[in-house]
Design a protein around this ligand. Sequence first.
Ligand SMILES: Nc1ncnc2c1ncn2[C@@H]1O[C@H](COP(=O)(O)OP(=O)(O)OP(=O)(O)O)[C@@H](O)[C@H]1O
Ligand SMILES: [Mg+2]
Length: 245
Amino acid sequence: MYRNDAPALELRGLTKRYDDGTLAIEDFDLEIPAGAFFGLLGPNGAGKTTLISAVCNLIRVTEGDVLVFGEPAHSLLARSWIGLAEQDINLDRFLTVRETLTYHGGYFGMQRDEAEERAEEMIAAFGLQAKRDTRAPKLSGGQRRRLLLARALMHRPRLVILDEPTAGVDFELRTELWRYIRQLHAEGTTILLTTHYLEEAEELCEEIALIRDGHLIARDSAAGLRESFAVDRLQDVYVKAMARS
Ligand SMILES: Nc1ncnc2c1ncn2[C@@H]1O[C@H](COP(=O)(O)OP(=O)(O)OP(=O)(O)O)[C@@H](O)[C@H]1O
Ligand SMILES: [Mg+2]
């Protein structure tokens, strides 16, 4: 199904300094194998969203290389392979749920019929049937989050990036989302997730990277991290890792 066996993501010496001088990511190396379920953990301001923005070609990187399945992140191909649900919900206020999805499909080259069919699938998967013809400003916060996730998955991306997808969502959506992304992962999709819920990372992710101040602190499975930090809970790994100078 996939064209090559390159890693889903390769960051080499990635540095991002924002225009105001903030150094958000510094000389960062990371490789995520194709098909992985990978978690990024770190405190507010650690650089997670910046890293994701670099991968999704949303910001200009200061230095370094970002490759997505072997292709430069700025290439059309790489961009078509990524589905991103951003931390900040950005939806077009003038589009209905259905239009949001079909336009997105069209943007990624889907034919009209295919896009409409897929949109219905996504609407059903995320329980938005009753809101099909509702515009974003009239959706509840959780419904907007659902639509954002549905849109990210609309064009069947090979790499799904979810930036705090479960912040502020109800128990039902969280459970459904977990089930849904687990299924995507089982089908071979690579998942990159950020979350502040350690139990979520532990439950879902095969591997976790801990980041702080724009640097990679540790990277391993939850079990491997617990072992190398000599603690019983991921929570304690986190506290220890973040306390290190
Ligand atoms: N557009 C910007 N201009 C200047 N600085 C920025 C900009 N966006 C982010 N930063 C800074 O970069 C650093 C990393 O921010 P980033 O949003 O990547 O963190 P994060 O790990 O996603 O945090 P959170 O868990 O709060 O979402 C922070 O110090 C932040 O203030
Ligand atoms: Mg963030």
